[in-house]
Design a protein around this ligand. Structure first.
Ligand SMILES: Nc1ncnc2c1ncn2[C@@H]1O[C@H](COP(=O)(O)OP(=O)(O)OP(=O)(O)O)[C@@H](O)[C@H]1O
Length: 225
C-alpha cells in the first residue's frame, strides 16, 4: 500500500529566542492510502499544530514531511497550494456560510474546477449530500439544520472534490454521542469507498472504534507510532 503521509523527525516550535515553545518533538509516522488514523492526546499536546502542518496550512522547518509525494518542510507557497488542493478539511465548527444553502455550501468548493459546468457542480454536490443522508435538505440553510446535519454538510463539502486525504479537527466536538458517531461512520464509509486517507484529531473516545489505527500524542511526542 502506498504511503501518502510520511513524516520523519518533525519538530516544531512557536516563538523564538527565550520564548521558544517546542510543540512537536521529533515526530515520525507513516500513513497509507485509504487508512483511517485517529490522533488523540491531552489538550495542548500539539494535535492541531500537527494537522495544520500536514495540511500545508503552517510552515515547518525541521525534519521531513512528505504529503502526496511533496516535501512540505521549507516548501514554496506553490507546493503548499498544490497539496491543499488535494485535501478536504473538516473543522470542529462546521464553517458553513450561513447565507448559502447546504447545496450551495458544498458546490462552492467545486468552483475552482473549471472542468465542470455549474449544472455538473450542482448535480455532483447533490449526489454527495444524498450520500450523507441529506437528500431531502439540499435547499436548507445551515440554521435550519441540526448540528449533526450541519456537520454532515461539511463532510460532503470536504469529500465532494474527491480529495486524496481528509484532515478533520475535532469533528464531533459540538455533537452528541449519537450524531457524532453517525457523522464519522458516514465519513468512514465514504472514505473507504473512494480509498481516501483520513487523519482525524479528537478527544472523543466514543469514536475511536472507526479507526484503523489510533495514535496518541503526548507533550509533542507520539507514544505509539
Ligand atoms: N499560534 C500559536 N502561537 C503560539 N502558541 C501556540 C499557537 N497555537 C498553539 N500554540 C500552543 O501550542 C501548544 C499546542 O497547541 P495545539 O492546539 O496544537 O494542541 P492540541 O493538542 O490541538 O490541543 P486541543 O486538544 O486543546 O485543541 C499549546 O501549548 C498552545 O498553547
Amino acid at each position: 500500500m502506498a504511503i501518502v503521509i510520511d513524516v520523519q523527525g518533525l519538530s516544531f516550535s512557536f516563538g523564538s529566542g527565550a520564548l521558544t515553545q517546542p510543540v512537536l518533538k521529533n515526530i515520525t509516522i507513516s500513513i497509507h492510502t485509504g487508512e483511517i488514523v485517529l490522533m488523540t492526546g491531552p489538550s495542548g499536546s500539539g494535535k492541531t499544530t500537527f494537522l495544520t502542518i500536514i495540511g500545508g496550512l503552517r510552515q515547518a522547518h525541521h525534519g521531513s514531511v512528505m504529503v502526496l509525494d511533496r516535501q512540505l518542510i521549507n516548501s514554496t507557497e506553490q507546493i503548499k497550494v498544490s497539496v491543499r488542493q488535494q485535501i478536504g478539511y473538516i473543522f470542529q465548527q462546521h464553517n458553513l456560510l450561513k447565507s448559502l444553502t447546504a447545496l450551495q455550501n458544498v458546490s462552492m468548493t467545486l468552483e475552482m474546477q473549471n472542468s465542470m459546468t455549474e449544472q455538473q457542480r450542482l448535480e455532483h454536490s447533490a449526489e454527495m449530500l444524498r450520500a450523507v443522508g441529506l437528500g431531502e435538505r439540499l435547499n436548507y440553510l445551515p440554521d435550519q439544520l441540526s448540528a449533526g446535519q450541519r456537520q454532515r454538510v461539511s463532510i460532503a463539502r470536504a469529500l465532494v472534490g474527491q480529495p486524496k486525504i481528509v484532515l478533520a479537527d475535532e469533528p464531533t466536538a459540538s455533537l452528541d454521542k449519537q450524531s457524532g458517531h453517525e457523522a464519522v461512520s458516514i465519513l468512514k464509509r465514504l472514505a473507504k469507498e473512494s480509498k481516501t486517507t483520513i487523519l482525524l484529531v479528537t478527544h472523543d473516545y466514543r469514536i475511536l472504534d472507526i479507526a484503523d489505527r489510533v495514535v496518541e500524542l503526548e507533550d509533542g511526542k507520539i507514544k505509539n507510532a
